[in-house]
Ligand binder design. Structure first.
Ligand code: HEM
Length: 495
């Protein structure tokens, strides 16, 4: 065994004994652990699989709730929706504190600021407030249709342009100039830098988060070895768009956005520019990648599952024939199969395979298992999406699983997909905005195009690695379903 592992094993054994004593006195059992050798390999970076896949295979052997030790804490992985609901439910309030393992935050003030930012996002994009943004979303999705019409071979970029242009409007009221908009470029570079993982593999980055002195060394090495171009100062990325909004507000004419609304509340609530610009920048960083990934996943699913596509198209065609209107989000209830496609897209390949780690602020009990106070809980959305008891045949794209026998959504009141957006107080505050954008993009894409495979030779989908999982480019053909000039005319029309 490598020498540097010796103190780690000692600390892990100590934390394990402490943990066992607590369970013994409460007459509960502790979450089982995978074999120590496998955990050590994972933490040392020898396990090259992505963390969600390693956790899924451990869960198959140990059960849906299992744990392993880090030098300073115990990590409990939740592989089932039922356990996630029980442990992370908003009503329980026993697991809301964000773990330092998630964002590297160490101070209480940082977490307070994050809670305010979360509230700002939630106030602006909750299920009723988000409806204000519907005309803007429709405009951006119509632009997506025009882009797909002009250069279908660039479908991969067009999904990304749609996501960043919706976000820049919703967050700053800023209309992007095109795919190469300079402001978007600065923000994306800065987001990429912020999200750069401090370790090469998931296991080693967990280890680094647990031993802060190693992390400091790591940053020092990265700075010395980095051949990146001049890093974007987060100052530019956050200040430039804020200045833009303020200037327009001074002139008195500006579209509604997260930043403009939050600025009008500054005096009443006593928080300042810093919190507002960080809220918008963090929403941009997390949301552009996830919406893009989900839209690309939808295109991939349509390519691989022509039957589902056919059924969605006949639902949309019947709707358009009877109403003489394009499918818009206001008509969501009349198009349950489109909604089922959205849910299945988010289930079939969760764009964020792992949720945000949360700290148990009290002892939690699930069945006869104790999750002790102080444990870091990681929801594994990937394993939940592969749970055959809830989703039989999980590798198959099957929107019907969300419909009842008469073709209606089986639970119309549920959010689009809790396993994609998370549970509890750390769940995604942008999920309603994401749901409206993706629903509109899916419906408008299928109303105007047939999505198919570009060549007769089969292909194996590949995915990006990291916190967001998105399909890499694949041979996708996007074919207009009507005369392109008619589609163009429709997209330029006002309603
Ligand atoms: C398809 C699109 C999206 C997906 C799949 C997604 C998914 C997620 C997930 C899984 C989390 C962690 C939740 C947890 O672990 O419980 C999260 C957090 C977050 N999301 Fe999203 N998201 C999406 C779009 C958005 C949008 C549009 C916004 C903002 C406008 C947004 C802002 C955030 C923020 C700020 C957090 C951190 C919340 C916190 O830590 O309290 N997301 N998202």
């Amino acid at each position: 065994m490598a020498l540097w592992l010796v103190p780690f094993v000692g600390l892990a054994l100590w934390s394990f004994c402490r943990f066992c004593c607590r369970a013994f006195f409460l007459r509960l059992r502790l979450p089982p652990s995978p074999p120590l050798v496998e955990v050590l390999k994972f933490l040392a970076g020898y396990d090259k699989r992505e963390a969600h896949l390693t956790y899924t295979s451990w869960g198959q052997r140990c059960g849906q709730l299992f744990s392993f030790a880090l030098p300073d804490r115990r990590v409990v992985v939740v592989n089932s929706e039922d356990a996630a609901r029980a442990l992370l439910d908003p009503h329980s309030r026993k697991t809301s504190e964000r773990s330092s393992l998630a964002q590297g935050s160490t101070s209480v003030q940082v977490d307070d600021a994050r809670d305010i930012q979360r509230k700002l996002i939630n106030d602006e994009f909750n299920d009723s407030a988000v409806t204000t943004y519907r005309p803007m979303i429709l405009r951006k999705v119509k632009q997506l249709v025009l882009n797909l019409l002009d250069s279908p071979e660039h479908y991969h970029e067009h999904g990304h342009t749609m996501a960043s242009s919706v976000l820049m409007s919703a967050l700053y009221g800023y209309d992007i100039a095109g795919p190469d908009d300079p402001l978007v470029r600065i923000m994306e570079q800065s987001a990429a830098q912020a999200q750069a993982m401090p370790g090469k593999t998931a296991g080693s980055s967990l280890m680094l988060s647990s031993l802060p002195f190693l992390q400091r060394l790591k940053h020092w090495f990265v700075q010395i070895l980095s051949d990146d171009e001049e890093p974007v100062k987060s100052f530019d990325a956050m200040d430039a768009p804020l200045r833009f909004v303020k200037q327009r507000m001074e002139k008195g004419f500006y579209p509604r956005s997260l930043v403009s609304e939050s600025l009008t509340k500054v005096d009443k609530n006593g928080y300042g520019d810093q919190i507002i610009k960080e809220a918008a920048a963090s929403a941009f960083a997390t949301a552009t990648g996830t919406i893009t990934a989900a839209y690309r996943t939808f295109l991939l699913a349509m390519t691989l599952s022509p039957e589902s596509q056919k059924r969605a198209m006949s639902e949309i065609d019947a709707f358009m024939n009877s109403t003489d209107k394009l499918p818009t989000i206001e008509e969501r209830e009349s198009l349950p199969y489109v909604s089922a496609i959205l849910r299945e897209t988010l289930r079939w390949h969760p764009t964020r395979p792992l949720g945000t780690p949360q700290v148990a602020t009290e002892d939690n009990v699930y069945g006869d298992i104790l999750v002790p106070k102080g444990s870091t809980i990681i929801p594994n959305h990937w394993a939940m999406s592969r749970d055959t008891e809830v989703y039989p045949n999980p590798e198959h794209f099957q929107p019907e699983r969300f419909l009842n026998s008469v073709g209606e959504l089986s639970d119309a009141n549920e959010d689009d997909s809790p396993l994609a957006f998370g549970w509890g107080e750390r769940s995604c505050p942008g999920r309603h905005l994401a749901g409206e954008v993706l629903w509109t993009a899916i419906a408008m894409t299928l109303a105007n195009f047939a999505v198919g495979q570009r060549s007769v030779v089969g292909f194996e989908p590949h995915w990006t690695k990291g916190p967001i999982s998105s399909p890499l480019p694949f041979p996708c053909a996007i074919i207009p379903r009507a005369d392109p000039d008619d589609i163009r005319q429709e997209m330029y029309s006002e309603d």
